[in-house]
Write a protein that binds this ligand. Structure first.
Ligand code: FMN
Length: 408
């Protein structure tokens, strides 16, 4: 418990929720675990609890205003010093402001100015929690790599029962520790990633493709970059913006993806093939748009290059991760792919399950590794699934290559 937090600068943001008194307990736990905590309160939070309580317990000044006269630009110095920003409790209001880049007080301004990881623990009335706008804002934050500690179900301040109680101090502390532990654990690695679908042309206006949105691959790219890796992302066509700090090459066909992967391969220490590469392409693509007619058209297909088999020959000590999206017999098929392609890890998902697969913000995956271990993850956001996949890579990479490895 102590190691991840010892001597870390934690900025604890407290907002105007009825659960604000619980941040006193969170502050105490953080301090007991060895952290140096500075508290920033919104003006609504001061309606619920006084700065004095936090000041006495943290033995540091409590900041409440953006415009206090001082010789430093407070939001910048506080943001720079923080190893992590924790907002607990986080109101619906602050979630909406952060998701939309609003910076109209000290806490929201330093969140925008800071680059430290952000963990938020929402607390609110059940109807606020289920409101579509709040849920949309949360998925924006999730997509930006913010760790959200979900609230719990139980009696609420309104007297009703429902979802919205602040998560337990234990859960919040463990989320903070996990986020800190993951910080910088990919420093020195160059992660080469593929993501999204490919498009195989039939004629100048038509193509064969699949339902991949690229969301899982982009979440992985963002997470690896956040953990200190240099990330080279070879992306098929998607509407997703390139994550900040990631170097992206955009391609269209399986052939172009193969060429781009082979070009960057010598630089990579980890290869993650998350793209849904087309297995087949039209043998011939017409130069001109095919005219509509009454006769059936026969499309002859040929296999596309098998990128994973090709790169296997040049693996060396590079760590290889593949994905298997299946609709039946998931574990057997995924394990067969792990073996055939000589992978270190495969991420398998049954895309017929509710909450898993294409174009969703959640996923349900099973991790299978070259040592014969299988770990089924629960339904998680794609951002958290990405973090768990990276955790598994870190664990396997540090494991000595002993005889218990069943895939070579
Ligand atoms: C008694 C009371 C309790 C409140 N509890 C919450 C809450 O738990 N969660 C929430 O999102 N808003 C709650 N609010 C509303 C917020 O205080 C309000 O939206 C405020 O503007 C939040 O400001 P802040 O995000 O800057 O702290 C509560 C308001 C009152 C009067």
């Amino acid at each position: 418990m102590e190691t991840a937090l010892r001597d870390k600068h934690i900025l604890l943001g407290v907002t105007g929720s009825i659960a604000a008194y619980k941040s006193v307990l969170i502050l105490r736990e953080l301090i007991q675990a060895g952290a140096r905590v500075t508290v920033v309160m919104t003006s609504s939070a001061r309606q619920f609890i006084t700065p004095l309580t936090f000041q006495v317990l943290s033995r540091r000044p409590v900041y409440t205003s953006l415009f206090d006269p001082s010789d430093e630009i407070r939001h910048l110095t506080l943001a720079e010093r923080a190893d992590l920003i924790l907002i607990a409790p986080a109101t619906a209001n602050i979630i909406g402001k952060i998701a939309n880049g609003i910076a109209d007080d000290l806490l929201t301004t330093l969140v925008l100015a800071g680059r430290a990881p952000l963990v938020i623990a929402p607390a609110m009335d059940g109807d606020m929690w289920t409101h579509p706008v709040l849920q949309r804002n949360l998925s924006v934050l999730d997509g930006l790599g913010v760790r959200v500690v979900p609230p719990e179900e139980g009696p609420l301040a309104s007297g009703k029962e429902g979802m919205g109680r602040l998560a337990s101090e234990e859960k919040i502390l463990s989320a903070v520790q996990n986020r800190l532990k993951r910080n910088e654990d990919f420093k020195g690695e160059t992660v080469l990633m593929t993501a999204g679908p490919t498009q195989e042309p039939v004629d100048p206006v038509r193509y064969l493709t699949n339902r991949s949105s690229g969301k899982m691959g982009y979440a992985l790219a963002r997470a690896a970059q956040g953990r200190g890796a240099r990330v080279l992302l070879i992306s098929g066509p998607t509407s997703l913006p390139c994550p900040v700090g990631v170097e992206r090459v955009q391609v269209r066909t399986a052939e172009e993806m193969r060429d781009a992967v082979l070009r960057s391969l010598p630089e990579a220490t980890v290869l993650i093939m998350a793209a849904a590469v087309a297995d087949y392409r039209p043998r011939r693509s017409a130069d001109r748009k095919l005219k509509k007619g009454l006769e059936p058209v026969l499309l002859e297909l040929e296999p596309t290059p098998d990128i994973l088999s090709e790169v296997r020959l040049q693996r060396g000590r590079r760590f290889h991760v593949g994905f298997a999206a299946e609709t039946e017999d998931l574990e057997n098929r995924a394990r067969a792919k792990l073996e055939q392609k000589g992978l270190d890890l495969i991420v398998a998902n049954d895309v017929t399950q509710e909450g898993a697969g294409f174009d969703l913000d959640t996923n349900i995956v099973t991790l299978m590794d070259a040592y014969g271990e299988t770990t089924a993850l629960p339904k998680l956001s794609k951002a958290e699934t990405a973090e768990r996949i990276l955790d598994a890579i870190v664990k396997l990479k540090t494991r000595p290559r002993t005889n218990d490895r069943i895939i070579r």
